[in-house]
Design a protein around this ligand. Structure first.
Ligand SMILES: Nc1ncnc2c1ncn2[C@@H]1O[C@H](COP(=O)(O)OP(=O)(O)OP(=O)(O)O)[C@@H](O)[C@H]1O
Length: 742
């Protein structure tokens, strides 16, 4: 049997898939590789089922017009055709901008040179002596016919008397004529100069002298010392062309025929090339080698932006190259830098894409995970979000900056809760914050649950009109946990924090609570899976490998070619992949806001909130007391009599009720006071208390046992000291039943 394959090896055929496909329902474009038996002529599908016996039917039968035919081709042309009138002629704003740009350009050039005319004149005149020397030299060489001298010398050297005589005669004739011609010109010129010196007024004489000096200066020009100052915009890149791309691709080992699917065109402040890589190469591979590609193109890294085109095919590469190196251009300012407010129910400005277009973020009903290596720009990115939240006067800000650097101090004056530090008490405060947010989420949930349907037309969540009803207290809450790994890795608070954060991130967004986590060590310990799996907006800055990449961007991102490893933390600080869903990725650079600018924005936010009367929590001077995080085990240990190895449960319950009536008072509540009870009633009450304690201890994995204490109540249910685990050793089950929150 003659073996064939997909890749066009000899004998390979492409046949249509079997089935009753008519002209009205054309066969799907499925290529099938077949084997063909040389002797019997039978065909067999290599991948898939048997097609048919006999000669294969080519898909591209020249007698059958392609589906859609002429019209489809025209439609495809029109779909991608450039506009007849360019956008700068149709769009008034763009036209005005271009005109302004041209006007600014020429005004700058003119005034720049006009201002420097005295400098240019000085430089010109300084060259005049050199120019005079050059002219005299040139004249002397002409008069003496210096060019002919080597020829004469050669003739003399060879001893060719006849030639020598002929040449010297010719030279004498030429030099005689030139001497006379010089005299004819020089005498009248000298006469004219003398007459001018005598008769011309001083100003005219000065003008003439300046003119002569300038001419001599021009003659004395030196290529290395230009007279006119030239400003060359070194960061303006040379035009992109296909040869450069092909050569660069070859240099990064993408070899073969590259097909440009459209001419290289200007696209915003750069050039865009769209091309199909040689067969077998994926565009992702080029993305991975972005730095090598930039090096091969001899262009700054910040100007070279390869992208895939998910709408086309995995081998389609879109290469956008900036005309100007962004590192050498002015920083693009965050649109809310100088004025304006934010509204968290609408998109907030976040940063810019490589082409300089504004990138916005919808924070409402979302939560955010930001990750990247040290210095990749996480704090600057989160600062943008924090400042946007601060500029929405209705937004309650909870900030836990767990690096302790004070990078988010600008928003401190407007924060309901603000913690900066990585000590134990800061981690405890962050855990308390998560718990308080969970309580707030439950409160909001109860309120929204009871609202009439017309108030929640598209599902039970917070809407702007509900947030506006102050009595409901459903305004947006923005909770930021910067360097969250500090909290999640904390030996005492980390586990519980991970549990609460996991529950919050799944549910809080519907209730107007926006959670933002940043981490510099994206791994399973530093960011719990429950958090990373449920993040909605993800911003992955420079990372070192596929594990952190997928932890931040979600499983499969690496596979799809969305890789934070393509960023250089030093050169691309603040730049990362911004994912809004599994299929919505873009490269964005967070707007960079300096600390003094942030402080100014913070003051503006404070003024806005003071006017709106929305300062609350710490911002309104409220003292935050740490939450009581003791539990039943702590309380049991607190009331346990020293030296006792076992205690009856009812005794422990009574002691607990005396110790913390707020927590355990209800456990000993009975219809009658103890001194009025019969023995049976007393026994029953004690049994009920034992049962309560047994149930309460279950989540801690502690079982009550029959304890016999001679002379002290005899045999009854009780607890052994040794059975009490260390409350922080991790054996505690999750006591919270959050099933009602789903
Ligand atoms: N969007 C940006 N545009 C330009 N430069 C930036 C941007 N973001 C950050 N940088 C530069 O990178 C430096 C480090 O940024 P940043 O402190 O935000 O990084 P980080 O990831 O939080 O670092 P670390 O992990 O050490 O806290 C900044 O000082 C700044 O110079």
């Amino acid at each position: 049997m003659e073996q064939t394959a997909h890749n066009g090896e000899p004998g390979a055929e492409v046949v249509p898939f079997p089935g009753a496909h008519t002209a009205e329902s054309p066969a799907p474009a499925v290529a099938v590789a077949v084997t063909k038996d040389a002797e019997t002529g039978e065909t067999e599908v290599i991948e898939g089922e048997l097609v048919e016996s006999g000669a294969p039917v080519p898909v591209d039968d020249p007698t059958v017009p392609p589906p859609g035919g002429w019209l489809a081709e025209r439609r495809a042309y029109l779909d991608a055709a450039p506009p007849v009138i360019p956008s700068y002629l149709r769009n008034r704003g763009e036209f005005a901008e271009n005109v302004m740009l041209a006007a600014r350009y020429y005004t700058h050039k003119t005034t720049f040179h006009l201002l420097r005319v005295p400098l240019y004149t000085g430089r010109l005149w300084l060259r005049a002596p050199a120019g005079a020397g050059r002219m005299v030299g040139a004249w002397y060489r002409w008069v003496t016919d210096a060019e002919a001298k080597p020829v004469l010398a050669k003739a003399a050297g060879t001893g060719d008397v006849q030639a020598w005589t002929k040449l010297t005669t010719l030279q004498t004739q030429r030099t005689n004529f030139r001497r006379k011609a010089s005299l004819v010109v020089m005498v009248p010129v000298a006469l004219l100069v003398t007459l001018a010196a005598v008769f011309l007024p001083d100003w005219a004489l000065g003008l003439a002298a300046a003119g002569v000096a300038s001419l001599l200066g021009l003659a004395g020009r030196d290529a290395d010392k230009p007279i006119v100052s030239r400003y060359v915009a070194v960061h303006v890149q040379r035009r992109l062309d296909s040869g450069e791309i092909v050569a660069a691709l070859e240099a990064i080992k993408v070899k073969g025929e590259v097909r440009f699917v459209a001419p290289i065109a200007v696209d915003g402040p750069g050039w865009r090339a769209e091309l199909d890589l040689p067969g077998g190469y994926l565009a992702d591979e080029v993305l991975e080698k972005r730095a090598a590609l930039a090096a091969a193109m001899r262009r700054p890294l910040g100007t070279v932006w390869p992208e895939t085109d998910p709408d086309a095919h995995p081998g389609r590469l879109v290469l956008w190259v900036a005309k100007v190196d962004p590192a050498k251009t002015k920083r693009r300012l965050w649109p809310l830098m100088k004025d304006g407010q934010a509204n968290l129910f609408e998109a907030i400005p976040f940063g810019f894409d490589p082409r300089g277009r504004l990138v916005e973020l919808d924070l409402m009903y979302a939560n955010v995970l930001i990750g990247g290596v040290m210095g990749s720009g996480k704090t600057s990115a989160v600062l943008v979000i924090a400042l946007a939240g601060a500029l929405d006067p209705t937004c309650e800000m909870w900030i836990y900056e767990m690096k302790g650097s004070g990078d988010l101090d600008a928003v401190r004056p407007v924060c309901h809760r603000y913690v900066s530090g990585d000590d134990d008490e800061d981690c405890k405060a962050a855990l308390d914050g998560l718990k308080a947010l969970e309580r707030e989420m439950k409160r909001r949930k109860r309120i929204i649950k009871e609202l009439p349907l017309e108030d929640v037309p598209n599902g039970r969540k917070v809407y702007p009109h509900l947030a506006a009803r102050k009595n409901l207290r459903l305004h947006p809450i923005l909770a930021i946990f910067d360097e969250a790994h500090t909290l999640f890795e904390h030996p005492k608070y980390g586990k519980e924090a991970a549990e609460v954060a996991g529950r919050l991130i799944r549910k809080a967004r519907a209730y107007g609570i926006i959670l933002v986590f940043t981490t510099q060590r994206p791994d399973a310990n530093s960011i719990p899976r429950s958090v990373s799996d449920n993040a909605i907006v993800r911003f992955c800055l420079a990372v070192t490998g596929h594990l952190p990449n997928d932890l931040i961007l979600g499983t499969g991102a690496w596979q799809r070619g969305v890789r934070g490893t393509m960023f250089d933390p030093a050169k691309d600080a603040g730049t990362g992949w911004l994912a809004r869903s599994a299929l919505n990725y873009q490269i964005a650079r967070a707007a960079f806001i300096k600390q003094d600018e942030a402080a100014e924005i913070g003051r503006r936010a404070l003024a806005l909130r003071t006017a709106a009367g929305t300062l609350s929590g710490q911002a309104a001077g409220e003292a935050i007391t740490p939450e009581d995080d003791t539990d039943l085990l702590d309380d049991l240990r607190a009331v346990w009599p020293a030296g006792e190895t076992a205690m009856h449960s009812h005794r422990l319950v009574e002691a607990l009720a005396a110790y913390r009536p707020d927590r355990y008072g209800a456990w000993i509540a009975t219809d009658k006071p103890a001194d009025q009870m019969t023995d049976d009633e007393l026994r029953e009450a004690r049994a009920a208390r034992s049962t309560l304690l047994a149930q309460a201890l279950k989540p801690y994995g502690v079982q009550t046992r029959q304890i016999n204490k001679r002379g002290d109540g005899g045999s009854a249910k009780g607890v052994r000291w040794d059975d009490l685990p260390d409350p922080r050793d991790g054996t505690r089950d999750d006591a919270e039943d959050d099933s009602d929150d789903d």
